[in-house]
Design a protein around this ligand. Structure first.
Ligand code: SF4
Ligand code: MG
Length: 331
């Protein structure tokens, strides 16, 4: 199907300054050359431990940050280096649902004002039209219309996230980045919010980038999954391929650490305990950036960055284990 979002060699490097003169002493390579496509109507899960750069990717794609290098196309339009002033017309197409509904909602605005704000900014709706649209959006996300004049603090965490989702939907977007949308919510209501996101996707043909550290959740919602480690995508595959036959040693370790008993995974993967801490993105290891922790590290891994290998149609991984020389010598 059609590619809606195309990311090519995206880099997000942030300078590090030190000392009284604020001299530039280095840079954090938060995102270090990643590429992927998101197909129209699908959910691409983006997983990895905190600090791996996944939130930065989401924000960069929506151009909430300026991009260091690389290309981002939304619906065929290059927005990677478009000035912020010219991005305005693209804004309605792409929206974000944030992790913390509390922090992302203005406490001094009523619910109807919060949901209606994008309509004020991007449309010329009359007051009556706007009121009708806000009511419709509240219905869609399961919020009682009678609460339209209340303020965020009067709602529960789950309801606040529904307000955030209604606001994201106001301009009929095609693409929504959901950045850990349920991580701040009680476990008991997480499933409700995920189900709501799925229902809205089906109804409006939405395309999601679903960012999460929670592999079980991503398995539930994603069509395809990209795994990030230290600013790079190390594996990308369909949900079935990734969970049933993970190839990259880091993905294997992550899945083996999933706390819930998952018989399918238990059968297939030995429990892998990773040694050491995640290295600093200001000073990543040479070669494969996972080499300091990889149980299968080889000499070449310490010097050469692994290229990306396609192991099966649609299943790619960046690991020297899958180079022709290594797969031949292994067989
Ligand atoms: Fe491990 Fe080497 Fe593969 Fe990196 S390239 S994941 S160090 S085997
Ligand atoms: Mg994050």
């Amino acid at each position: 199907s059609k590619i809606l979002v195309e990311v090519r060699d995206l880099k997000m490097h942030f300078p590090i300054h030190a000392g009284v003169l604020k001299k530039r002493v280095g840079e954090v390579k938060a995102v270090d050359g990643i590429s992927f496509d998101i197909y129209e109507g699908e959910t691409l899960g983006l997983v990895g431990e905190s600090g791996c750069g996944k939130s930065t990717v989401g924000r960069a794609i929506l151009r909430l940050y300026d991009i260091t290098e690389g290309s981002v196309k939304i619906d065929g339009i290059e927005i990677g280096h478009t000035p912020q002033s010219e991005l305005r017309t693209m804004r309605p197409t792409m929206q974000m649902v944030f992790q913390d509904p509390q922090a992302s909602l203005n406490p001094r605005m009523s619910v109807s004002a919060i949901i209606g704000e994008p309509l004020d900014e991007h449309t010329k709706m009359s007051k009556i039209e706007k009121r009708a649209k806000v009511m419709d959006l509240m219905d869609q996300v399961g919020l009682n219309r009678d609460f339209a004049n209340r303020y965020p603090h009067e709602f529960s965490g789950g309801q606040r996230q529904r307000i955030g989702i209604a606001r994201a939907l106001a301009l009929n977007p095609k693409f929504i980045v959901c950045d850990e949308p349920i991580a701040a919510l009680d476990v008991s209501i997480q499933a409700q919010v995920v189900n709501l996101l799925e229902d809205l996707q089906a109804e409006h043909g939405l395309t999601y980038l679903f960012i999460s550290h929670d592999l079980s959740m991503v398995r539930h919602i994603a069509d395809r999954v990209a795994v990030m480690y230290l600013g790079r995508v190390v594996e990308l595959a369909s949900r079935e391929q990734l969970y049933e036959a993970p190839k990259h040693p880091y993905t294997q370790a992550l899945l083996s650490a999933v706390p819930e008993p998952d018989p399918w995974i238990e059968d297939k993967i030995e429990r892998v305990i990773l040694q050491g801490d995640v290295p600093s993105p200001a000073n990543p290891p040479k070669g494969c950036n996972f080499c300091t922790r990889c149980p299968q590290v080889m000499e070449i891994c310490k010097t050469d960055e692994p290229p990306t290998f396609e192991i099966a149609p649609g299943h790619v991984t960046a690991c020297h284990l899958y180079s022709a020389t290594n797969t031949e010598s292994a067989s």
